[in-house]
Ligand binder design. Structure first.
Ligand code: PDD
Length: 288
């Protein structure tokens, strides 16, 4: 059976190998306990995008779970460069994961165990053209995740459950509501435009500090778009002029249907169009 799994080169614990050859122990704490952190880094025309920022966030996640970094930033950069070259020069998404390593199952951290480091890269799936032309559908759901969502942990069961809820009703993202306010998407940061002002939740423990989010706010700042790092209420979200999501693999996408109702006119809004144009230009100029 063809599972659609990567059949290219991957990196595991110091070696490059064919994906079919890569093996991890069943005692790996990533497998048994979900004890690990990860990054997803887009690569455009062979160049990793915002690599330094992704490696800084990796270090932040590792610190957050008291795990040591297997490699220096230079070494990670070399590994990623080699992998991307081996797997072709097109647009790719690099997936990097570090787990606490292989040890007898125990909640308590093992001592003297080397982390498991794994990196793969796959072509970025082109998104359907309709996503930008017409916008995407989203639903609001209760944010059932833990209270350290700023750590990019591999433990994605809540995110996966919520994203599947969206999928089940033909929506492309679930927007998460915690205590009456939007935090982020199940796999994205989220934004709302209210009275011409762009809002996104502040970088605290309730959201992932998105690398794409940082760039969106940088571009908004340069373009003179008024923005506030402040969470919007569920009620305000449902009267927003524009709603967007952003991530490394989906860039910035307009949400034009929320909970089965059109967002304002039901078409991608002008501020999204401005940001998307700036984002595309930034990419095309080969900036990283
Ligand atoms: N996820 N919030 C959550 C919960 C995410 O999972 C992601 C990205 C983001 C956006 O972060 P960034 O702009 O740095 O990609 C925000 C990745 C793409 C994933 O899990 O596949």
């Amino acid at each position: 059976m063809d599972l659609g799994l990567a059949v290219n080169t991957v990196f595991l614990n110091g070696d490059f190998m064919h994906a079919d050859q890569a093996r991890v122990s069943v005692f790996d704490r990533g497998f048994l306990l979900g004890d690990g952190v990860y990054e997803v880094i887009p690569v455009y025309a062979g160049r990793p995008f915002r690599l330094i920022q992704h490696l800084q966030r990796l270090q932040r996640s590792l610190d957050g779970v008291r795990m040591k970094n297997s490699y220096s930033d230079d070494k990670w950069s070399d590994i990623i460069a080699q992998l991307v070259t081996e797997n072709g020069q097109g647009d790719q998404a690099v997936y990097l994961q570090v787990t606490r390593g292989v040890a007898p199952r125990d909640h308590v951290f093992p001592e003297g165990v080397e982390p498991t480091a794994f990196v793969m890269s796959n072509p970025i799936k082109p998104l359907p053209e309709s996503y930008k032309r017409d916008g995407i559908k989203a639903i609001t759901v209760e944010d059932i995740r833990w209270s350290q969502c700023d750590i990019k942990a591999i433990t994605l069961l809540p995110n996966s459950l919520l994203r599947q809820k969206a999928q089940d009703v033909g929506a492309q993202e679930a927007l998460l509501i915690r205590d009456g306010f939007m935090t982020e998407g199940s796999a994205s940061n989220s934004y709302a435009v209210l009275d011409g002002v762009l809002y996104t939740a502040p970088k605290d423990e309730k959201v992932l500090p998105g690398i794409t989010r940082d760039l969106v706010l940088e571009l908004a700042d340069k373009a003179g778009i008024n923005y506030r790092e402040q969470a919007v209420s569920d009620a305000d979200l449902h009267r927003a002029e524009e709603i967007w999501i952003s991530s490394s693999t989906r860039e910035v996408l307009p949400v034009t249907t929320l909970d089965d109702k059109p967002v304002a006119t039901g078409k991608p809004g002008p501020i999204w169009q401005q940001i998307d144009a700036l984002y595309q230009r930034y990419k095309q100029e080969g900036k990283v």
